[in-house]
Structure formats: C-alpha cells, structure tokens
Design a protein around this ligand. Structure first.
Ligand SMILES: Nc1ncnc2c1ncn2[C@@H]1O[C@H](COP(=O)(O)OP(=O)(O)OP(=O)(O)O)[C@@H](O)[C@H]1O
Ligand SMILES: [Mg+2]
Length: 332
C-alpha cells in the first residue's frame, strides 16, 4: 500500500465489515482514496456493490467506520447521497418517463428546484450523448441509452464525486467506448473523482489511475495502476520447439516455477542465473528455445496472477462477465 501523503482522501474506511446474516460480504476494508479515477475490480460476488452501498449509507455496516467527502457513512448517509452521484448496478429508471422527465425528477429528489433541475436535465442529457433522444420514453431506449440516462441522473446535481457500479455492463463496443470516454472527460475536464466498478480490466485501465481489487470481501490490492507490476513476480517468457512437456519437467526439477501455454512457457525470474538455468534445462531436455524475453505483464495478467495466488477459479476476465446476475438486492 502506498503512503498516505498527497491530497486529502475523498473516501476513507477503517476495518469496515458487512455481514448479510451469517454471510461475511466485506471484511477489514481499509480505504484511502484520493481524488482521481479509481477502479474497483473483482469477480462476481466479491463485494463491489456492497462496498458502494456501505459508502453511500444505503445499507448499514456491521462494524468499522468510514467517511465520504468527510461525512460519516454510518450517520450522514443523506448528506453523502446529496453530494455525490450514484449510478447503481441495476436499472433504476421509470420506463414510462421521457429522458428529460427522468433526469429532472432525479434532480428534484436531490432537492433541486424544478427550473434548475429542468435546465440541468437538458445539459446533462446532452453531455451523455442523449440530446436527440431526450424526449423519448425510457422504454424505447437501448441498454446503452439506459446506462447513459442513469449516468445523467447521477450527474444532474453536478457532484464532485461519482460512484458508478458497472457502468459498461451490457453495452456494445460503441456504447462502451462512449461511456468510458464520458467518464474520462468527467475526471479530466470536470476535475471530478470517479469511482467505478468493473469486471473488465480494459475498462479500468482505460479510465482509472488507481485500482482497488476485491476478492471474497477483502481488499487484495490497492495502489496506482502504474505501480501494479511490482505486485507480481517478473517472468521470463520462452517459446520452445518440440518437447515442451520435457522442458517443463526439466525446469521444474530445478525448482523453477513454470506456467505453460502450449509451446510458450513463462518462468518466474528468481535472479540473473534464471536465464542460464533455462538454457541448461533446454540442453538437458534436448529442445530448442526459439525465443526468450522478459515478460511484460498487462493489467489482465497481473489480475490473473494475483487471483491465481489467492486460489480463485478465474480463467480470464471474460469469464467473470458471463455469470448472470441473480438480483436479491437490498435497497434503502
Ligand atoms: N441483500 C443481500 N443479502 C444477502 N447476501 C447478499 C446480498 N447482497 C449481496 N449479497 C452477497 O454478498 C456478496 C457480495 O455481493 P455483491 O453484490 O456486493 O458483489 P459484487 O462484487 O457486486 O458482485 P457482481 O460482480 O456480481 O455485481 C455475495 O456473496 C452476495 O451473494
Ligand atoms: Mg455488483
């Protein structure tokens, strides 16, 4: 974890814990989130939505404490919700309303006067790309348009902090790119803080400068994306010609840790001698090493390596997206 120096944190928590009956959904959550773009990453059921609801004061925490924009999540949930924008995971729109009426209504619920809410509804619908569709009923909207409308509702009162639960869920490539672009713009031009959850590495990598990975209700990584590579061991990638199994055995008999993907293998680099060990192993196994280079992991690899260490059954981020949501949400 990084040092606490730098700007005032927007969100903090200490030993936050949430139980649903006997089920421990969040455990020992300690957050120090500075302004910027932060991605909350984790497999299905990790606790991402639960964390958001705790931070918003929508559900009561079992123990521990936290602040959002300086307000106490246990006692000042109403203040927090009036200051921040929240884009929930599930559809929270009224199909019978037009885009403008839906967003204006959200603004009025947040205490805005009708004239101001109406003016802002037009502004934010344009901002999220729904200018031409704003007088259409929500029931005629595509999934992408509904996600954009949810974002407009979250932005209507011009919040400093935006919390988006899976903003790209169900979107096709074009809608997804537009959503990510809009979130990026909100951070860079609007100078806002965005906290977004996702299953998809690429989304987070695209928008965020920091990451919090959650696994089974616990934070496993919390740091700048640029520093993530330090979290995993460096690997040397080799590609061999013939006898890959023999090569793997030979490497493992030397105490090296190998991940094999057909002819390509990645060997954890212990020190400078690892390369020599690989060459000697190849000579013993009588295989030809076609390529050997230090492997540069991307965010997806790092995520998988970390999850692998934790014993999670995750094969790729695409796996994480296939599981259907089962609902059963607790609402305020
Ligand atoms: N209202 C509830 N009552 C009981 N258990 C719940 C409730 N909401 C969530 N859970 C459980 O708490 C755990 C965390 O759920 P949560 O929805 O926060 O995960 P998530 O990371 O948002 O998952 P997903 O990626 O599927 O949205 C899961 O095991 C879930 O089944
Ligand atoms: Mg969720």
């Amino acid at each position: 974890m990084d040092s606490a120096s730098g700007p005032e944190p927007v969100i903090t928590s200490r030993n936050l814990r949430k139980m649903y009956g006997p089920h421990l959904a969040l455990d020992n959550i300690n957050l120090d989130i500075p302004p910027g773009a932060i991605g909350i990453l984790g497999p299905n059921g990790a606790g991402k939505s639960t964390l958001f609801k705790c931070l918003l004061g929508l559900i009561t925490t079992t123990s521990g404490e936290g602040t959002v924009l300086g307000y106490d999540i246990r006692t000042e949930g109403d203040k927090i919700r009036s200051k921040i924008g929240y884009m929930p995971e599930y559809d929270a729109l009224d199909p019978g309303l037009t885009g403008v009426d839906q967003v204006r209504y959200s603004g009025e619920l947040l205490g805005m006067n009708p004239a101001h809410a109406t003016r802002r509804a037009h502004e934010v619908l344009q901002y999220v790309g729904l200018k031409d569709q704003r007088y259409r009923k929500i029931e005629t909207y595509s999934t992408g348009m509904k996600q954009a409308a949810k974002l407009a509702c979250a932005l209507v009162h011009d919040p400093d902090l935006l919390i988006c639960d899976e903003p790209t869920n169900g979107l096709d490539q074009r809608a997804r790119e537009f959503m990510l672009q809009t979130l990026k713009k909100t951070v860079s031009e609007g100078n806002r803080t965005v906290l977004m959850s996702s299953h998809v590495m690429d989304d987070v990598q695209d928008v965020c400068d920091r990451i919090v990975m959650i696994h089974q209700g616990k934070i496993v990584v919390q740091r700048r994306i640029d520093d993530l590579a330090d979290q995993v061991e460096r690997e040397i990638e080799i590609s061999v010609w013939g006898g890959a199994s023999k090569m793997q055995e030979e490497l493992e008999s030397r105490g090296l840790v190998v991940r094999r993907m057909g002819r390509v293998m990645r060997v954890i680099r212990v020190d400078d001698s690892t390369t020599t060990e690989i060459i000697n192993a190849a000579s013993n196994a009588e295989v030809q090493v076609r390529q050997m280079q230090e492997y540069d992991p991307d965010l997806e690899d790092i995520f998988l390596l970390i999850m692998d260490k934790l014993g999670a059954e995750v094969k790729g981020t695409s796996d994480l997206m296939t599981e259907a949501h089962t609902g059963g949400e607790e609402t305020a």
